[in-house]
Design a protein around this ligand. Structure first.
Ligand SMILES: *Cc1c(COP(=O)(O)O)cnc(C)c1O
Length: 400
C-alpha cells in the first residue's frame, strides 16, 4: 500500500465529547456519518461513535443506513447501545420497505413520502418519522403555512406513522448574528405552532450543525434558541454535527452590523481524525534547468533533490496544490518538516522538493494531510471548504 489514511479513534472520541460537552445542557448530539463519514469510513467511525454514547447517527440514504447497521452489528454493540439512524436525504418509493425493515428513521416532508411509508408500515410497530420544515434553503422540507397543514393532516390521520421529531436546516450557521438564521428560526417557530395546533406532540426538535454548536454568541446563539423553544414545546432538543466530529469547523464569521460577541466554542479544541500518508517510491538529484511534471511547469533554478510520492488527484489530492514556482502550491510533511510540492500533481504521482532534507530514502513516510498540513490548507488552495477535501480522499483506511 503506497498511500493510505489512518483514522484516529481517540481523536474521534475526543471530538464527540467536545461537541456533546458544548451542546450540554439539554441538547442531544446526533453524529452525522453520511458520505462514508465524510471520507473517514462509516464502517470504522459508526461503532466508535456508538461506543462513545451516540444515541443518533445521521446518514444520507437508506443504502448508507443499511451499511451502518451492518457495521454496528459486526462490532457486537449491545442492543441498548444501538443508535437510532436518521436517513436525512429524500426517501424514495423504493426505499420505504428497507427503511422499515432495517429500523431506519426517515426524514420526510411530502404526503407522497408518507403514503409510501404507510403502505409498508403494516407489521411494524408505528414507524417514527422526522418532519423537515423548509425555512429558507429551498432544498428539502415543507413550507410553513397551507402546505404544512396538509402534511400534518396526513400525519395525524395515519395510524402507522408517528411524528417523532420536527427539524430544519440552517443556511448560514457559521455566521454570528446572521439575519438569515433569525428569519429561519422565526419560520421554524411558526411551523411548531402549526404542529401543536394539529394536536401533534413530537418528542424532539432538531436544527443546526457543527457551526450551530461552535458559533455560540450568548443568548443570540442558535443553541440558546434551540433550548428555549424545546422548553416551550416540552420536547428534547438536538443538533446534528458532522464535520466537527472529524476535527474541522468553518471559521465563524460576523454578520455585517452585528455588535454581539463572536466566539468559536469548539473549533480550537477539535483534532483532525484523518492522517493521510504516502511512502516515497523514488528519489533523484536533478541539475539546474530541469523541468518537472506535466507541461514542465516548474523548472529547477539550481540543483535539486526530488522525492516521488505515489499519490495524486485520482486519490483526492487536489490538482490546485500544483506549483509552478517554489512554495506556490501545497506541501507535505517529512518528520515534522514542510516539503513543497513541485510541478503538477498528476493522477497517481506527485513530486516534492526534498533538497533541504539531509536523508530521504525510498520507503520513507510523508504526511499528505494531517499534522502540519490540514484540510483547511488544502481547501484554501483549492478554492473550496474543508468538507470537500476530507470527503474527496479515496485512499484505503485503517484505524489507529
Ligand atoms: C450534513 C448535515 C449536517 C451536519 O453538518 P456539519 O456542518 O458537517 O456539522 C447536519 N444536518 C443536515 C441535515 C445535514 O445534511
Amino acid at each position: 500500500m503506497t498511500n493510505w489514511v489512518e483514522i484516529s479513534a481517540r481523536n474521534l472520541e475526543t471530538n464527540y465529547k467536545t461537541l456533546t460537552d458544548a451542546a450540554a445542557p439539554g441538547v442531544t448530539v446526533l453524529a452525522v456519518v453520511k458520505a462514508d463519514a465524510y471520507g473517514h469510513g462509516a464502517d470504522l467511525c459508526a461503532p466508535i461513535l456508538a461506543r462513545a454514547g451516540a444515541s443518533w447517527l445521521g446518514v444520507t440514504d437508506v443504502a448508507e443506513g443499511m451499511a451502518v447497521r451492518a457495521a454496528l452489528a459486526q462490532e457486537a454493540i449491545a442492543a441498548a447501545r444501538q443508535p437510532r439512524i436518521l436517513v436525512m436525504s429524500g426517501l424514495g418509493e423504493d426505499d420505504a420497505s428497507s427503511a422499515a425493515a432495517y429500523g431506519l428513521t426517515p426524514v420526510v416532508w411530502t404526503e407522497q413520502q408518507l403514503g409510501w411509508l404507510d403502505a409498508v408500515a403494516t407489521g411494524y410497530e408505528q414507524l417514527a418519522v422526522h418532519l423537515e420544515i423548509d425555512t429558507g434553503m429551498a432544498r428539502q422540507g415543507v413550507a410553513p403555512g397551507a402546505e404544512l397543514d396538509d402534511v400534518l393532516r396526513a400525519l395525524a390521520g395515519s395510524k402507522a406513522l408517528r411524528l417523532e421529531a420536527v427539524m430544519t436546516h440552517f443556511a448560514s450557521a457559521e455566521i454570528a448574528g446572521s439575519k438569515q438564521t433569525a428569519r429561519q428560526q422565526q419560520l421554524f417557530e411558526q411551523a411548531l405552532e402549526q404542529v401543536a395546533a394539529a394536536g401533534l406532540r413530537p418528542a424532539c426538535i432538531h436544527a443546526g450543525n457543527t457551526s450551530g454548536v461552535d458559533n455560540a454568541s450568548g443568548e443570540e446563539s442558535s443553541l440558546a434558541w434551540l433550548r428555549r423553544i424545546a422548553a416551550k414545546y416540552q420536547t428534547q432538543a438536538m443538533v446534528r454535527t458532522g464535520l466537527g466530529l472529524y476535527g474541522y469547523a468553518l471559521p465563524v464569521e460576523r454578520e455585517a452590523g452585528f455588535a454581539g460577541t463572536v466566539q468559536e466554542t469548539v473549533r480550537p479544541l477539535l483534532k483532525p481524525v484523518m492522517t493521510w500518508k504516502a511512502r516515497v517510491i523514488g528519489v533523484r538529484e536533478v541539475p539546474a534547468g530541469t523541468q518537472m511534471g506535466y507541461n514542465g511547469t516548474f523548472t529547477a533554478a539550481a540543483a535539486m533533490r526530488l522525492a516521488l510520492l505515489p499519490v495524486g488527484y485520482a486519490d483526492g489530492l487536489r490538482r490546485e496544490l500544483s506549483a509552478a514556482q517554489p512554495g506556490a502550491g501545497g506541501w507535505v510533511i517529512f518528520n515534522g518538516q514542510r516539503v513543497p510540492i513541485v510541478g503538477r500533481v498528476s493522477m497517481n504521482l506527485t513530486i516534492v522538493d526534498v533538497t533541504a532534507l539531509t536523508d530521504v530514502a525510498v520507503g520513507d513516510e510523508a504526511t499528505v494531510l494531517g499534522e502540519g498540513v490540514t484540510a483547511e490548507d488544502h481547501a484554501a488552495r483549492a478554492g473550496t471548504i474543508s468538507y470537500e477535501i476530507v470527503c474527496g480522499v479515496k485512499a484505503s483506511r485503517r484505524l489507529v
